[in-house]
Ligand binder design. Structure first.
Ligand SMILES: [Mg+2]
Length: 308
């Protein structure tokens, strides 16, 4: 397997709109990267309306299928997302009986991805040019992942898809999951451990990309080189931030370079600070999160990642 370094640099754009922001790289130095774990929704693609549509579907399911009073839904979403990683994980932990296939069909299966997503040739060329094993690492279901990867025309570029079904199956094998409980998902530490095992990778030599500040903070805590995608200027505990995976070549040129190149480039901090939720938070039904609650998310993400 080829071994390369992940170093970072910033694009020459205005301070208020950095495409790439290196957060902790100065302290960490260059990292040798051998494997890429990449989230799916809002990371491999970004569709402006998708998080809001997913949120509406989750809340509609809670109302119609689970008979949760409408006035309680937003509060429950926030509480479960905060404490369990996803709304569905919280629902299952609190005794709701959920047919997982039914849930996934209702949340993603009803959305017009065929219209929202199309072939992404630049992304395909970018990923194809990186000579490293790549895995999709998503909390979403297999069918949804396959649909998106097919529409983007990047299915063949991944060695595997680590998703809801595979994490739960591994949980059953390891005796962690009984009677479909608990839900194994990011940002829980065990999900990262399983993903690394599935990829035959080590945390220290794996780069992880996600649009969720919580997941990125958890990945960072688990020792992965963790990159927030979709927002810069946050105080998220990430190694790197970029607006889009399309910025990957500028952000991590070391992925295309051979060592030795141990000098980490200049660190550039981004502005302004995070003022709203990431797409991932929005999709889970927490559309307007005050800064102090986001901070609480981050603190809890570290605890979840540490298995506390
Ligand atoms: Mg995502």
């Amino acid at each position: 397997m080829s071994q390369i370094l992940a170093s970072s640099s910033a694009l020459d754009v205005g301070m208020s709109d950095r495409a790439v922001a290196d957060i902790n790289g100065k302290d960490e130095g260059s990292r040798r990267i051998e494997t890429l774990l990449i989230d799916l929704d809002d990371t491999l693609y970004q569709v402006r309306q998708a998080p809001e549509l997913v949120r509406e579907n989750i809340q509609a399911y809670m109302k119609t299928a689970l008979k949760i009073p409408p006035q309680d839904i937003e509060k429950i979403c926030l509480e479960y997302y905060t404490n369990y990683g996803t709304t569905m994980a919280g629902l299952v932990a609190n005794g709701y009986q959920i047919d997982f296939d039914h849930w996934h069909a209702a949340v993603h299966g009803t959305l017009p991805y065929e219209q929202m997503l199309q072939e992404d040739r630049p992304l395909r060329q970018l990923l194809q040019s990186i000579d490293l094993p790549k895995y999709v690492f998503t909390n979403a279901d297999k069918k949804h992942a396959e649909t998106c990867l097919r529409l983007l025309d990047i299915s063949d570029l991944f060695k595997g898809v680590i998703c809801f079904e595979s994490l739960m199956e591994e949980g059953r094998k390891q005796g962690i999951v009984t009677d479909n409980k608990p839900i194994i998902c990011k940002p829980n530490k065990v999900a990262f451990k399983m993903a690394l095992e599935a990829a035959g990778a080590k945390a220290a030599t794996t780069a992880f990309f996600d649009d969720s500040a919580r997941n990125v903070a958890a990945g960072h805590a688990a020792g992965l080189f963790s990159v927030l995608v979709g927002k810069t200027g946050t105080d998220c505990k990430a190694d790197l931030e970029m607006l889009s995976l399309h910025n990957l070549r500028e952000a991590m040129p070391g992925l295309w370079q051979q060592p030795p190149d141990s000098q980490h480039p200049e660190v550039v901090y981004a502005h302004p600070p995070l003022t709203g939720p990431t797409a991932a938070a929005m999709a889970q039904g927490v559309p307007d999160i005050p800064g102090d609650i986001l901070e609480e998310y981050r603190r809890r993400a570290i605890k979840v990642a540490a298995g506390e």
